[in-house]
Design a protein around this ligand. Structure first.
Ligand code: R5P
Length: 261
């Protein structure tokens, strides 16, 4: 039986009515610096928040750029320690204490695992520690299956990474969409959401979201395909229509176009 606080926090992110979520990811700066579209993250996210179920962010951006009066569940990025200047991004540590996560009133904590990388054990051990700490205070953990350049993003690899994340205690897993995504969902006992990945054409991003939820994803944790779009609000609204209202990508694209128009 899940603890009340844990269940309540999860329900604030994955909406009980649709059992799905639209999470807006803006944590990219934790290793990429001022990512295109996130130079002034507070301004970027302000018009998007009312259309998101949760915001994935670092504590620095949260404290300095997001209005504390806003009503949005926070999924706090709590791993890091690397930068794009290094070849190997897998050498991550936990970067936020439980006390600070609680002080920030977060609804979940997110960290990356790098299965098959040179720091596989370290990142999996970080996940296990974080799940223990989160369990103590009723705060869910979202595990991000980060993929090194040398890894193939196929259902076999991503299914392995997602299942390991769930086995170690993650309450939500974020991964990439791929062919055979149903297998990943089938083999993972906790909700799986997809990252959007690099910016692609708006129409294709909507198809990606639709393919993912059709294959069993609990929604999206999408960043660049929303905030790097020329039409970020129509895009998040289109994605939302797919995730929560069962619209097809074609219907969502019509909606996006009429919002743009
Ligand atoms: C990696 O930088 C972060 O975990 C992002 O939150 C994640 O990749 C999702 O963002 P995007 O949709 O831009 O891939």
């Amino acid at each position: 039986m899940m603890d009340w606080g844990m269940q309540n926090r999860l329900a604030s992110i994955i909406k009980p009515k649709s059992r799905r979520c639209v999470m807006l990811a803006v944590d990219h700066g934790y290793f990429q610096g001022p990512t295109s579209g996130l130079e002034r993250p507070g301004e970027t996210v302000a018009p998007l928040l009312e259309h998101a179920d949760a915001l994935m962010v670092t504590r620095g951006v949260l404290r300095n750029t997001i209005d504390a009066n806003v009503n949005i569940p926070i999924v706090l990025r709590v791993s890091g320690g690397t930068s794009i200047l290094k070849e190997d991004l897998s050498d991550e540590e936990l970067t936020v204490s439980m006390e600070d996560a609680i002080r920030l009133n977060v609804s979940a904590m997110a960290l990356s695992i790098f299965v098959g990388s040179s720091h596989e054990k370290q990142t999996l051990s970080n996940l296990a520690k974080l799940c223990d700490r989160g369990q103590k205070y009723g705060i869910p953990t979202l595990a991000v299956t980060a993929v090194g350049k040398e890894m193939v993003r196929d259902a076999r690899y991503l299914g392995l990474a997602c299942r390991i994340a769930a086995e170690l205690g993650a309450q939500i897993v974020k991964t990439y969409y791929c062919e055979g995504f149903e297998k990943i969902v089938n083999g993972c006992p906790v909700p799986v959401v997809i990252a959007g990945g690099k910016k692609i054409a708006e129409r294709d991003a909507l198809k990606l979201a639709h393919d993912a939820v059709s294959a069993g994803a609990a929604g999206v944790d999408m960043g660049r395909n929303i905030f790097q779009s020329q039409w970020p609000v129509p895009m998040i609204r289109g994605v939302r229509a797919i995730v929560h209202e069962g619209k097809t990508d074609a219907e969502a694209w019509d909606m996006v176009q009429s919002l743009i128009g």
